[in-house]
Design a protein around this ligand. Structure first.
Ligand SMILES: Cc1cc2nc3c(=O)[nH]c(=O)nc-3n(C[C@H](O)[C@H](O)[C@H](O)COP(=O)(O)OP(=O)(O)OC[C@H]3O[C@@H](n4cnc5c(N)ncnc54)[C@H](O)[C@@H]3O)c2cc1C
Length: 444
């Protein structure tokens, strides 16, 4: 066992898991290297606000290096990890090999298209700042193209926004899009016909927020409908093409399609050689290490572990945070000659936001819906934001947009085209046919 001051810990990923492991360990005299392919930690719960122009990227992300500016024993590297050699105890990046005594892999997960990766350019998912900016571009551009078309005197194409998947991300995207559509359209666009806009939330299963208790799912559906979202359950998307989705025989044309339907673990999990579940998550031991390698830990969205009742721990920030802290504690104890303890998740509850003053929350047997749940979501998430300055900025932005309905970050940058659309019109291959479903139905 190396001494504390010569112990080298390599952490792959500066997300919730990796960042919290490093913060807890940084107090010890061990040497820590954090490797991330981005230079920033992203506060993913607020990504939907960037995607819908409520917040700017700098308000929900922080340079990893700046988080550790006071810790001389922490080195941050902007590198993509490619592979591992567990026998030689090295992490392989494109450029170099990084030796370790302890390895913590916290590379997270990404969206999955169920074997149809070709759908991604037509229906982007939301995981990174880049994804959020691309979604923002498409959403804002769709409004502008419809306005341009309508301003020329023609009736504009139906302004449909389709969100595929009604988990927490799909629900918050659909609810916020509905809010923007109703308020921004009414105040700032002169020609768009509100009856020709529609937010569709398509869910393959029987209810929205399937991981929540049934009563909260139904409450969320009701709140979404009140916000003006067309919620369709048992609506399995079978194909995505430029500017349109299909559900069996039904085809819906939409300038913006967003994907919030599936999650796959980082491919790095499989490179560790341990057994993985169907989503590619590494089946870890109760102490979060992998079988045969007590010096290698996997945490957060990349790890698969059951709780006391045999239920799989969810892919949420509190699990990643607690696992990161636990692994840091395990390493500290071991270096002091103490034994390991198994990880135990302390579930403080689940919250999902739906839109302005709408949300659901579960704290044990207590189930809350509506404004109070939304308020709880807001304060808890702002509390966990990295950086005091960001917390204050976000709170001010939020209060301002709550009172004024303003969404301050409405910038369109990059390309001014949408897949399957040319100007304000669907291209020939996208154009509606008689067999297509007419949405919004009112103007069919
Ligand atoms: C849109 C969205 C909304 C969410 N909302 C909530 C919410 O409201 N509440 C909640 O509790 N949870 C929420 N989550 C889930 C939560 O964000 C995750 O559970 C959490 O981020 C998992 O932490 P992690 O450390 O495992 O992975 P992440 O936080 O994803 O971090 C992984 C890190 O690894 C890096 N990385 C990946 N591959 C490599 C590589 N090969 N080389 C180098 N670096 C690499 C990435 O750049 C990233 O920084 C949300 C997730 C999303 C996407």
């Amino acid at each position: 066992m190396p001494s504390k001051s010569t112990t080298q810990v390599v952490i792959v990923g500066g997300g919730f898991g990796g960042l919290n492991a490093a913060r807890s360990l940084a107090r010890e005299s061990v040497r820590i290297t954090i490797v991330d392919r981005k230079n920033h930690h992203t506060f993913q719960p607020l990504l939907y606000q960037v995607a819908t122009a409520g917040l700017s990227p700098g308000e929900i992300a922080a340079p990893i290096r700046s988080v550790f500016r006071g810790n001389k024993n922490v080195v941050c590297l902007l590198e993509e990890v490619q592979d591992f050699d567990l026998e030689r105890r090295v992490v392989k990046t494109g450029e170099q090999e990084l030796p370790y005594d302890y390895l913590i892999v916290a590379a997270g997960a990404t969206h999955a298209y169920f074997g149809h990766d070709q759908w991604e350019p037509y229906a982007p998912g939301l995981k990174t700042i880049e994804d959020a900016l691309e979604i923002r571009r498409r959403v804002l551009l769709a409004f502008e193209l419809a306005e341009r078309q309508a301003a020329s005197g023609a009736s504009h194409e139906p302004l449909n926004f389709v969100v595929v998947g009604a988990g927490p991300t799909g629900v918050e995207l659909a609810g916020t899009l509905a809010e923007i559509t109703h308020h921004v359209l009414a105040h700032e666009f002169r020609s768009i016909d509100p009856s020709r806009t529609c937010i569709l939330l398509l869910e393959g299963g029987p209810r929205v927020l399937p991981a929540y208790p049934e009563d909260l799912s139904y409450s969320a559906e009701e709140q979404l409908r009140r916000l003006g979202v067309d919620v369709r359950t048992n609506a399995l998307v079978t194909w995505v093409e430029p500017g349109a989705v299909r559900m069996g025989e039904t085809r819906i044309v939409a300038p913006v399609i967003l994907w919030a339907a599936g999650v796959a673990a980082s491919p790095l999990g499989k490179k560790l050689g341990a057994a993985c579940d169907r989503a590619g998550r590494v089946l870890v031991q109760p102490d979060l290490s992998i079988p045969g390698h007590p010096e290698v830990f996997v945490i957060g969205d990349l790890a698969a572990l059951q709780d006391d009742q045999g239920k799989m721990l969810p892919g949420v920030a509190p699990v990643a945070i607690q696992e990161g802290r636990q692994v840091a504690e395990t390493i500290r104890r071991e270096l002091e000659g103490k034994s390991r303890e198994n990880f135990k998740y302390w579930d403080k509850g689940s919250l999902a936001t739906i839109g302005r003053a709408a949300g659901v929350a579960q704290f044990g047997k207590i189930h809350i819906s509506g404004f109070i749940a939304w308020l709880a979501w807001l304060f808890i998430h702002i509390f966990f934001l990295i950086g005091f300055r960001n917390r204050i900025l976000v709170l001010i932005q939020w209060a301002w947009s709550y009172v004024t309905y303003e969404r301050g970050a409405r910038l369109i940058t990059g390309s001014t085209t949408l897949p399957g659309w040319s100007g304000g019109h669907p291209t020939q291959s996208t154009a509606s046919s008689d067999a297509d479903e007419r949405v919004p139905t009112s103007s069919g």
